[in-house]
Design a protein around this ligand. Structure first.
Ligand code: GLA
Length: 430
């Protein structure tokens, strides 16, 4: 592709995003009584997470049953099985590392010495010695979702403690403590921790977790958050009828929630579709859901990748089978997620169960996912001139799961996509 064509494609894409931004804002404005336009713009930016954070988080599989041994074994496994080298460098402790349950007004925030006999710094040092990073969890309430002491009123002190331990990532979770609060209150609660982290001499990525409430994508970037959940907790399901318990979103629900939020994702600031369920197989201690098939987990991974969500996997990495490990470490699919342009793929075609998602990449090629949401096999067709607006006469199409180039007739590419599968392609101008 020439640089002129490249520039034109990017300009066209920006216009689409601008248009979509207007639509998304309009959609969220009607949904949200707490419009935030009166907020003073802050534009805080820690300069971190220029590509979506990748790693592991303890919550989905282990809940609060976490300890030093699990962390060390997880780090060792991720080094040995190639996950670290594939990009999964964050090992994130979720809720349950703390010593005390109850209110911060009554009890301090300390690590549990039975779970972490040598302290959190020991684990962080170990992670760093293996080329990885350590994340931790807290929240802006007096207690957290699992009932442990929170950070309310102690933000500066806690940020300094995390930094002294060598922490690299903080999931700061307001969904339980601030569920009913208006946007300005939630925003200020995150802001207190964000500014406290910026005062530290340590680079700490901030995940502002509020279950997608109060339109957090509208103000998350401004207060210096690097990613924010777009919805409630994911369930270990690909497509479960309705929301489980009116709360948990399956894979397709999450995709549908994120589709209008494309304009909010950019380098350093990511819509977070929640932690990966790949390989959980229904065994989670904390998530609802009976598990998904290998193909469904692969589709989930493909979509999170092309949508530029953080890729924080939640399964027990010590027990991954070959197929699951191959899914998680497909470097050609991961490259779509980690692309320097930092765009979230947009839905460019919607024909009932058959949807096409696409985005341009920094080298001038395009990433495309052909998603079959239905349960029966269908032939899907990509016409890059019509569907993507690319005036390209001759292209190379690469199937990123087959790891090979596939035939096309010069106008379009037709392929059978089985139920719940996504074909992931890279389209390159010849
Ligand atoms: C909330 C979050 C989860 C997890 C738990 C921990 O439910 O949505 O991802 O962090 O809290 O208690």
């Amino acid at each position: 592709m020439t640089s002129k064509n490249n520039a034109l494609t990017l300009i066209a894409w920006c216009l689409i995003l601008l248009l979509q931004n207007t639509t998304a804002t309009a959609a969220t404005e009607t949904a949200s009584p707490e419009k935030i336009t009166h907020f003073e713009q802050l534009n805080l930016n820690n300069g971190l997470a220029n590509t979506p954070p990748m790693g592991w988080s303890s919550w989905n599989n282990f809940g609060v049953e976490i300890d030093e041994q699990l962390l060390i074994e997880t780090i060792d496994t991720m080094v040995a099985n190639g996950m670290r080298d594939a990009g999964y460098i964050y090992v994130n402790l979720d809720d349950g590392w703390q010593r005390y349950k109850g209110s911060r007004e009554d009890k301090p925030l300390e690590y549990d010495p039975e779970k972490f006999p040598r302290g959190i710094k020991y684990v962080a040092d170990y992670a760093h010695s293996q080329g990885m990073k350590l994340g931790i969890y807290s929240g802006p309430g007096v207690d957290t979702c699992a009932g442990y002491t929170g950070s309310q009123g102690h933000e500066a002190e806690d940020a300094a403690m995390f930094a002294s331990w060598g922490i690299d990532h903080l999931k700061y979770d307001a969904c339980c403590s601030h569920e009913k609060e208006p946007a300005n209150v939630v925003r200020d609660a995150f802001l207190s921790m964000s500014t406290a982290l910026l005062d530290q001499q340590q680079d700490i990525v901030l995940h502002a977790c509020h279950c997608g409430w109060t339109n957090i994508w509208e103000w998350g970037a401004d207060i210096g958050a690097n990613h924010w959940r777009i919805g409630q907790d994911i369930s270990d399901d690909f497509d479960y009828p309705d929301n489980r318990e009116d709360y948990y979103h399956d894979v397709l629900d999450m995709i549908d929630r994120g589709v209008e939020l494309t304009p909010y994702t950019k380098p350093g600031q990511w819509n977070d579709f929640d932690m990966l369920i790949v390989g959980l197989n229904g065994v989670s201690k904390e998530l609802v859901g009976a598990g998904a098939s290998n193909i469904e987990y692969r589709t989930h991974f493909s979509m999170w990748s092309i949508l530029s969500s953080p890729l924080l996997t939640g399964s027990d990495v010590r027990k991954l089978d070959d197929y699951t490990l191959e899914t998680l470490t497909n470097h050609e699919v991961i490259a779509l997620n980690q692309d320097a342009l930092g765009l979230q793929a947009k839905k460019v075609k919607d024909e009932g169960d058959l949807e096409i998602y696409a985005k341009p990449l920094s080298d001038g090629s395009w990433a495309v996912a052909l998603l079959n949401r239905g349960s029966t096999t269908a032939v899907m067709s990509l016409d890059w001139q019509q569907d993507l607006g690319l005036k390209w006469d001759s292209v190379t199409i690469r199937d990123l799961w087959q790891h090979q180039d596939v035939e096309n007739d010069g106008v379009s590419y037709d392929v059978e996509v089985i139920g719940h599968e996504a074909k992931v392609l890279r389209i390159i101008k010849n």
